[in-house]
Design a protein around this ligand. Structure first.
Ligand SMILES: [Zn+2]
Length: 351
């Protein structure tokens, strides 16, 4: 199979480019080169940089200075706030510079626990007043999704995007909110669609991220929800770590405890391969090109309130097996090693 297709450039609502901060697995330069290799023309960078979260305007500006200097494609940034970040005064200032606000309602890098939505009440009210149209992106916990939907989408009618859903139950809750015409959307990651909790058994920390991989039956349900549009977008959650740091967690904490005392290393890179993995599923007849374009370009643009990309990507639809040698990210490895893929970016042009 080798054809040429030209489609709108992709937008990723969820990346971690690691600068400024203390994680050396990526830079804005290397991460945006990896994104460009994957057909992306715009990525939105999350705030939880280890050692330097974008909780204050100065950190946002510092990130934007690096973007202006080094980025290979357009990068927009999220503000961040947590109940313990004590940055309410900074939120209106950051709202002008940022594409949205990210909230962590669950355990992940830097957080140990699930939060109640109410703990974010002042943050949500402040953000809503400052930027009523700029979405709140939520990393939901296991039992708090309804509470956040009530507080953000129902009380304020504020746009709420649920990041990286990994269960059909969450999708059903989101579907119900949509039926009530609440402004709620959601995204799914390629690893939650195409890997499963069984992979964590054989790959250890190289297959651990937050939220974790789901059971295979669940992963297949998520794929169906993506195909029928219950899940709005594909987001990569490109979260690079050096292999040596995955190895440290593997040696010190092989069973993957998340209790504060044990070393953890959550997240996987892979933005180069999101579209090629989907194109392979398209070749298998599981998803249409139209739906892929909608989920990776048109809908993400809508969620952040911009026009669909004018830049177009021409893909050569060659089939191949993903190999660590294909990795453009500075992290140098991919959890998709060995998987089938279709498509390499040939060129980028304007519509
Ligand atoms: Zn993330």
């Amino acid at each position: 199979m080798s054809d040429i297709i030209t489609i709108p450039g992709a937008i990723d609502l969820h990346v971690h480019l690691r600068e400024p901060g203390t994680n050396p697995a990526e830079t804005i330069k290397s991460g945006t080169l990896a994104a460009a290799a994957g057909g992306y023309v715009l990525v939105c960078d999350m705030p939880n940089n280890p050692g330097n979260p974008t909780w204050i305007l100065e950190s946002v500006k510092e990130k934007q200075r690096i973007i202006t200097k080094d980025a290979a494609i357009e990068v927009l940034v999220y503000a961040g706030a947590q109940p313990e970040s004590q940055n309410l005064d900074e939120l209106p200032k950051m709202a002008k510079q940022c594409v949205g606000l990210k909230l962590y309602g669950a355990p992940t890098t830097g957080n140990e626990r699930d939060y109640e939505a109410e703990e974010f009440a002042a943050i949500i009210e402040t953000w809503h007043k400052a930027a009523p149209k700029k979405p709140i992106m939520l990393h939901a916990g296991s039992g708090n999704l309804s509470g956040f939907i009530q507080l953000i989408a129902k009380k304020y009618n504020h746009p709420l995007h649920i990041c990286h859903v990994n269960s059909a139950v969450a999708v059903e809750l989101i579907k119900k909110a949509k039926q009530e015409e609440l402004p709620v959307t959601c995204g799914v990651c390629p690893h939650h669609l195409l890997m499963s909790s069984h992979d964590e058994k054989s790959r250890g920390w190289f297959a651990r991220m937050q939220p974790p991989l789901a059971h295979q039956i669940e992963a297949e349900k998520l794929f169906d929800h993506l195909v029928n549009g219950d899940i709005d977008v594909v987001e990569t959650d490109h979260a690079p770590h050096l292999a040596e740091n995955k190895w440290l967690a593997e040696r010190e904490n092989p069973s993957g405890m998340h209790d504060g005392g044990n070393r953890t290393c959550y997240g996987v890179p892979g933005i180069e391969f999101a579209l090629p993995l989907l194109f392979y599923q398209m070749k298998r007849g599981r998803i249409s090109l139209e739906r892929i374009v909608e989920a990776t370009s048109i809908k993400p643009a809508k969620i952040i309130g911009i026009e669909p990309p004018k830049k177009e990507i021409t893909w050569e639809m060659t089939e191949y097996r993903i190999n660590d040698d294909d990795v453009a990210s500075a992290s140098g490895w991919t959890p998709y090693n060995g998987m089938m893929a279709v498509g390499k970016v040939k060129s980028m042009g304007m519509k």
